[in-house]
Design a protein around this ligand. Structure first.
Ligand SMILES: C[S@@+](CC[C@H](N)C(=O)[O-])C[C@H]1O[C@@H](n2cnc3c(N)ncnc32)[C@H](O)[C@@H]1O
Length: 154
């Protein structure tokens, strides 16, 4: 596991993290560094690949909508795109858009989707989740926000 890569190189920014935890605000990936960004993606990837789709398949109401031709899914705070890719694989008729405020994450997500063979249906944008409507994604059937609460643009 790559946990040590996540936290040890981030140590210099812990003071800033603590201050913002107490006072509000977030810590950007730029402050935490590439190791933290990559480790976060690697840690969550196995769950997305093995459990995200089965979890959604357990909701018949969700399933009925997402299995439709032309369904649209927004993945807010998509990071390196593993959740977006898992959604694209689970719902072959759907178009999935992943958004994240972090440009290097979106760059990685595009590359990962290409390798996964879903780049035609999984697209990515550097954007605030709050601005989905600006690029026509306002009428999505499902908006997923996966573990994006504690990190915010710095
Ligand atoms: C904890 S990471 C999770 C990344 C990915 N979902 C995963 O599980 O690997 C949270 C992500 O949310 C992004 N994020 C935070 N606030 C955001 C916002 N307002 N709009 C879009 N993305 C945001 C961060 O840049 C970060 O990539």
């Amino acid at each position: 596991m790559r946990c040590h890569r996540c936290w040890l190189p981030s140590a210099p920014s812990w003071t800033g993290c603590w201050r913002r935890y107490r006072n509000g605000g977030g810590v950007s990936w730029a402050e935490l560094g590439d190791n933290a960004r990559d480790s976060q993606a690697a840690l969550n990837r196995p769950w997305f690949e093995s459990a995200l789709a089965p979890a959604l398949h357990r909701w018949p109401e969700v399933e009925a909508v997402l299995a439709n031709e032309g369904a649209r899914i927004a993945d807010v705070g998509c990071g390196a795109g593993w959740s977006t890719i898992a959604l694209a694989r689970a719902y072959p008729s759907a178009a999935v858009i992943g958004v994240d405020v972090d440009a290097p994450s979106i760059q990685a997500a595009n590359a990962n989707a290409e390798v996964a063979g879903v780049a035609d249906r999984a697209t990515f944008r550097v954007a605030q989740g709050q601005s989905l409507s600006e690029f026509g994604a306002v009428r999505c059937c499902l908006r997923v926000r996966v573990r994006s609460r504690h990190a915010a643009p710095g």
